[in-house]
Ligand binder design. Structure first.
Ligand SMILES: [Zn+2]
Length: 481
């Protein structure tokens, strides 16, 4: 009896030893991509889980578990050893625009986004909507590498709008028609612009969009207050000019001044009133508006990187920027307008610009602490000089940390916050079974230093892995000859 048990034990030990040397037989399924021995970064909690295997099929993450438990067969293996895996980044404010003659040039920026780890962008309005829908089809079919695109389609503005292709509205009937047009185009949200739109038309557009289940974000005419816009249903405020106006202790009287000037020879707008807005900054007014934004779930898109780039335009020589090699000459030509106006700026105006940038930086942390959803957006695209697709989002995250967010909080602004805003957080922006396989593999921990998001070893987009060499190929294909 004893001997039998001894022999049985011996056999079991031998069997276990065999198992240790040869992992259990390969799974029946062959995965599209397997990333092995990787450290997962949970962007919700900041928790790191080392030595994991992530299996991907048909664009989705299908398994996540400890490495070495099973062996996996895959069409494509990615070595995750010593590397950190994060969800793909979201740039929540970009533009594709400039008309049909610039469509091909805009299309090239898709590779730049992907090579910088950006797997989703939100197009904040332009005149290339049919092309965007076409690119989306090509990308879904696997013929075009590039980020997922959410788009507002054309912007809504007033008669004589600055940006070509805008839907110009004045009367409630025109507003309704514009919103119904956008709804018919199946845009993802509505972008409002403030070059010419009246206060009443602006508020009406917010209400009409909300009635049809469309989110609204945007600029804001200075003839209305941010609180009024929020109460009408505004979902996000782009840039920090309008938040800053609401932080003025004199917001009501400044709004009245703007309103009274409409219809005169010199209607006052954003830039005329900014010095008065900034000099009447009031912490109590700031606390009030941040609380209202948090309560009504109104997101803020600070776009700090473009602010810094444009403010420093006159004193910076961009001629030797290596990324210029990947910006089509036709798009480079659109950079001239802002560069020229920066050179013509008076010393006084330049000093004020710097002052404003400092002020904007100071708003981010208290806004975040108050519970406002912060979204990372770069504003890159034609006409926005030297705000390079991809790299400017990385710069934005660095500035958000400089403004007081932790690296984890900054990462959230470019992952889960974007997904939450677009209403798709249930199936993306996390590393778990069932989620979209949009991921970035880094050679260093981004929670130690946010600049580590630049240390990209591979990007996984729609379930396809692009190791460093493939990313280099994508860039080579769009490099200027
Ligand atoms: Zn923009």
């Amino acid at each position: 009896m004893k001997l039998t048990r001894f022999f049985f034990g011996l056999c079991l030990a031998a069997l276990l030893a065999t198992c240790a040397r040869h992992p259990r037989p390969t799974r029946l399924s062959i995965f599209d991509v397997v990333i092995n021995h990787v450290t997962l970064v949970d962007v919700r909690t900041g928790q790191l889980t080392p030595n994991q295997v992530v299996a991907i099929s048909k664009g989705k993450i299908v398994e996540v578990q400890e490495a070495d438990k099973d062996s996996y067969a895959a069409k494509q293996y990615v070595n995750g050893n010593g590397r950190f895996l994060i969800p793909g980044l979201w740039d929540m404010h970009v533009h594709f625009r400039g008309g049909d003659s610039l469509a091909a040039a805009n299309k090239k920026s898709l590779a730049l986004y992907l090579a910088h780890g950006i797997t989703t962008v939100r197009d904040a309005g332009g005149d290339l909507t049919p092309q965007i829908f076409e690119w989306r089809k090509e990308m879904v079919a696997g013929r075009l590498p590039g980020p997922r695109i959410f788009t507002s389609g054309p912007k809504i503005d007033g008669p004589g709008a600055t940006w070509p292709g805008s839907l110009e509205v004045e009367t409630p009937a025109q507003v309704r028609h514009a919103i119904e047009t956008l709804k018919g185009m199946h845009v993802d949200y509505v972008k409002l612009y403030d070059s010419k739109i009246s206060g009443p038309a602006y508020l009406e557009a917010i209400r009409q969009a909300q009635r049809r289940g469309l989110k609204t974000t945007g600029h804001m005419p200075y003839t209305v207050t941010l609180a009024e816009s929020i109460r009408a249903g505004l979902d996000a405020t782009e840039h920090l000019y309008y938040v800053l106006k609401a932080c003025s202790g004199k917001e009501d009287s400044l709004t009245a001044v703007a309103r009274a000037s409409q219809g005169t020879a010199k209607p006052l707008g954003l830039f005329a009133l900014l010095p008065a807005v900034n000099s009447t900054y009031d912490p109590a007014a700031a606390a009030n508006i941040f609380a209202l934004m948090a309560k009504r779930h109104v997101a803020a898109v600070p776009t700090l990187a473009i602010g810094k780039t444009l403010t420093e335009l006159a004193e910076t020589n961009h001629d030797r920027d290596s990324l210029l090699n990947y910006i089509d000459p036709k798009i480079q030509a659109t950079y001239r307008r802002r560069a020229l106006s920066a050179q013509q700026q008076s010393a006084e105006a330049r000093a004020f610009s710097h002052q404003l940038e400092t002020r904007f930086m100071s708003l981010v942390a208290p806004m975040h602490t108050a519970g406002v959803l912060i979204l990372a957006g770069s504003d890159s695209g034609p006409f926005n000089s030297y705000v390079y697709p991809g790299a400017s989002l990385q710069q934005e995250l660095g500035l958000l940390v400089q403004a007081g967010l932790t690296p984890l909080e900054a990462l959230q602004t470019a992952t889960i916050n974007g997904a939450q805003f677009m209403g798709v957080a249930d199936h993306t922006a996390a590393i778990a079974p069932g989620k979209d396989a949009d991921l970035v593999l880094l050679t260093a921990n981004p929670l130690d230093n946010i600049a580590n998001i630049k240390k990209i070893d591979a990007v996984i987009s729609r379930g396809k892995a692009y190791p460093a060499a493939s990313l280099a190929n994508l860039l080579r294909a769009v490099r200027n000859k």
